[in-house]
Structures are given as structure tokens and as C-alpha cells.
Design a binder for this molecule. Structure first.
Ligand SMILES: NC(=O)c1ccc[n+]([C@@H]2O[C@H](COP(=O)([O-])OP(=O)(O)OC[C@H]3O[C@@H](n4cnc5c(N)ncnc54)[C@H](O)[C@@H]3O)[C@@H](O)[C@H]2O)c1
Length: 349
């Protein structure tokens, strides 16, 4: 019988605790330690019945976990993951994979050199509805993918910005939120050749953007737009529409991504598909609507199941550090395009 994989948690804040909740339901793994210098960490570790360390290096040395979940602040992601790799411990690293491409390149090289895998927490890719959407596109159900319309329109409560760093340059919704949508767009529609973008801080007036309009040209030829704002009273976003996280009251009938191709169209997350039948195509013909079906399943839980297999060397990470690095490169290209007013090409990794 295989014993449960001993997993440590580095960073036991909001996200770390969500991982812990799912870990409790996973027979294949168990929490073995927490590393977090914060004031609430010791009490939380005591509740979990595991030792607590202020320093993750000490934890790695003394506990020798078989795998680690890293959910500490963004700027620490790469250095912490490098320490885990040096200790030979596979890592589930929260998104964003890093804050600069150069440090991500270092991480990719270290993971490849050592053979210690890194899975990056773009957990939405583990949602069964995304897997089904991707399969439909790959099977050619939409024909040649031609246009992509993505929406991320929400209102964060004003109190969200009481925390100072959230108002500062670089910490805006591009890196915090739109990175999720951009990662899914890459996963579904392929790599992005170039972008154009306009960002604005016109509603909130902080140093970082509260709204953005992005144009995307995909390598496969499709053209896309992504409009985002965290300052609008609107129902179109993955958070509100997908029902993935119950803290966001659901708008189940509203789509956040609309994909259209030469043979069909798909709305996400509803997975309604439209196509013409044998009677003929063209705007005078009635479009047929099909409800596509997909298995149920919780993305964060499925990500953990996958991570156990990655840590045991049974499968390759669904989202490697290099893959997540390409999503970060896309965010950087969008920022650069907004600053320069020019079309920009994402840097290779
Ligand atoms: N996948 C998602 O949808 C999603 C959602 C929210 C947050 N996140 C990511 O999770 C990470 C954490 O975000 P959060 O919202 O939980 O933040 P948070 O502030 O609630 O938690 C961060 C924790 O890290 C701890 N910490 C600080 N320095 C540390 C160190 N040197 N070693 C270990 N722990 C340290 C803090 O004490 C805190 O407990 C971020 O990278 C964020 O982008 C991902």
C-alpha cells in the first residue's frame, strides 16, 4: 500500500488555507508541516496538528517533506521554489510563477537541470469544463478558430484597496487577475503572436490600472479582445459565471468567453455550442444550439490530485514553470504595449 505523500505548506494565508482544506479530503496526501513567519501561523499549524516554522529552509531541513505547496507573496515565489528544488522537493507554486521573466528563466533552468518538477497553480486549467472546451476546439468542432471575446468585468469592494501594496504600480489587476484569463486563452486558443493594449486608472485613481482593453493576435490566426475592469457593476467574469468559488454569488447564465470559428461557436462557462446543420450555412439559416456536457469536479482539488502524481514522477506538470512563464511574458507584453502605444510581441522564455 502506498503511504500518503507528505506535503508541507509554505505560506499559510488565504490561498494556503484553501489548499489545506482540499488536502484534508485527499487520501493520497497529508499535511506534514507549515512554514510561515506571520503572527497567525503557529495557531493554524496547531489546529492542523503539524509543526510550524518561521523559516522554510529550517522546515525543509528538519521535516524533509516529499512535496511542497508554495503560497507566499509573489515576490518570494521564485527564490522559495529554488530552495525547494535545491532540497530535491517537487513544488506546487502559486501563480504568478514569478514577477520578472529573468527570475522565471532561472527557475525553469533549475527545474530542468535537477529534474525536480514545478507545477504552477493556474488551477482553472484543471476545471473539467475547460478540459472539455479544449477538446472541442482540438477536435475541430468550431472549425478554424477566428475570433475570441473575453470579459473580466467585476467590482472589487473599496476595502480591497485598504492594503497599501494593492494600490501600488505593478500590483494591478493585469498581474493579479487578468493573468488567469490570459493563461486560459493561451491554453484554449494557442500562443499569442502580438498584442495591443490601453489601460486606465481613471475610476480608482491609484498608481496601477483599474481597467484594460487588450487586442490579441494568436499564432493560429485568430483575433481576440479581452476587456477587464475591477471597478464595474457587471456580471461577466470567470469568478461570477463559472461557480468555481462559492464566495462569488453566481451569474450562471452569463458567459465570460465567446469563441467563434468557421464552423461553430462556443460560450464559456456554459459550454453552449452553435452550428449550422446539413440544410446549409449562412445568416439566413437557423443556427442550431447544442448543450455540451462535462464531468463535475473541483479545480483546486483536481490540481492537488494531479500534483501528487507529478511529485511521484507519474505525470508531467499540466502547467510547468516554462508554460506559466509564457503567460507572464504575455502580461509583460501587454503592459509594455499600454505604455508605448505600440504593438508588442511576448518575449520568448
Ligand atoms: N490561484 C488563485 O486563484 C489564487 C488566489 C489568491 C491568491 N493566489 C496566490 O497565492 C499567493 C498568496 O496569496 P494570499 O491571497 O494567500 O496572500 P496572503 O497575504 O493571505 O498570504 C500570504 C502568506 O504568506 C506568508 N509569508 C510571508 N512571507 C513569508 C515567507 N518568507 N515564508 C513563508 N510564508 C510567508 C504570510 O505570513 C501570509 O500568511 C499569491 O502569490 C497569490 O497570487 C492565487
Amino acid at each position: 500500500m502506498t503511504l500518503p505523500l507528505r506535503i508541507a505548506l509554505i505560506g499559510a494565508g488565504v490561498m494556503g488555507r484553501q489548499h489545506h482544506q482540499h488536502l484534508q479530503n485527499l487520501a493520497e496526501a497529508q499535511l506534514c508541516a507549515i512554514a510561515d513567519p506571520g503572527p497567525q501561523a503557529a495557531e493554524f499549524a496547531a489546529q492542523c496538528g503539524v509543526p510550524c516554522f518561521a523559516d522554510h529552509l529550517q522546515m525543509l531541513e528538519q521535516v524533509r517533506p516529499e512535496a511542497v505547496i508554495v503560497a507566499n507573496p509573489n515576490a518570494l515565489h521564485v527564490s522559495t521554489a529554488l530552495d525547494c528544488i535545491a532540497a530535491g522537493v517537487p513544488v506546487l507554486l502559486e501563480k504568478p510563477v514569478g514577477v520578472h521573466l529573468d527570475e522565471v528563466r532561472e527557475l525553469v533552468a533549475a527545474s530542468e537541470r535537477s529534474g525536480v518538477p514545478v507545477l504552477v497553480g493556474h488551477h482553472r486549467r484543471h476545471n473539467p469544463l475547460i478540459a472539455r472546451a479544449r477538446a472541442l476546439i482540438e477536435e475541430g468542432a468550431l472549425g478554424r478558430l477566428t475570433t475570441v471575446t473575453a470579459l473580466w468585468q467585476v467590482q472589487k469592494p473599496d476595502s480591497y484597496y485598504d492594503i497599501a501594496w494593492r494600490r501600488e504600480a505593478g500590483a494591478g489587476m493585469l498581474l493579479t487577475n487578468l493573468i488567469h484569463d490570459l493563461d486560459l486563452l493561451r491554453h484554449l486558443c494557442g500562443e499569442v503572436r502580438q498584442v495591443q493594449a490601453i489601460t486606465s486608472n481613471g475610476v480608482r485613481g491609484f498608481a496601477n490600472e483599474d481597467s484594460a482593453a487588450v487586442l490579441l493576435q494568436f499564432e493560429g490566426g485568430a483575433l481576440g479582445s479581452l476587456t477587464g475592469s475591477d471597478a464595474v457593476a457587471a456580471p461577466w467574469s470567470w469568478e461570477l459565471d463559472s461557480g468555481e468559488n462559492p464566495v462569488y454569488p453566481r451569474q450562471a447564465d452569463q458567459p465570460c468567453y465567446l469563441l467563434a470559428g468557421t464552423r461553430g461557436a462556443l460560450s464559456i462557462p456554459q459550454l453552449k455550442r452553435w452550428h449550422y446543420n446539413e440544410a446549409g450555412a449562412g445568416w439566413h439559416q437557423p443556427l442550431q444550439q447544442v448543450q455540451e456536457h462535462f464531468a463535475t469536479g473541483e479545480a483546486l482539488y483536481r490540481q492537488l490530485q494531479h500534483f501528487v502524481q507529478v511529485a511521484r514522477g507519474q505525470v508531467q506538470p499540466l502547467v510547468s514553470a516554462a508554460d506559466a512563464g509564457r503567460t507572464l511574458a504575455l502580461v509583460e507584453a501587454i503592459r509594455q504595449a499600454a505604455e508605448s502605444g505600440q504593438a508588442c510581441v511576448p518575449e520568448p522564455l
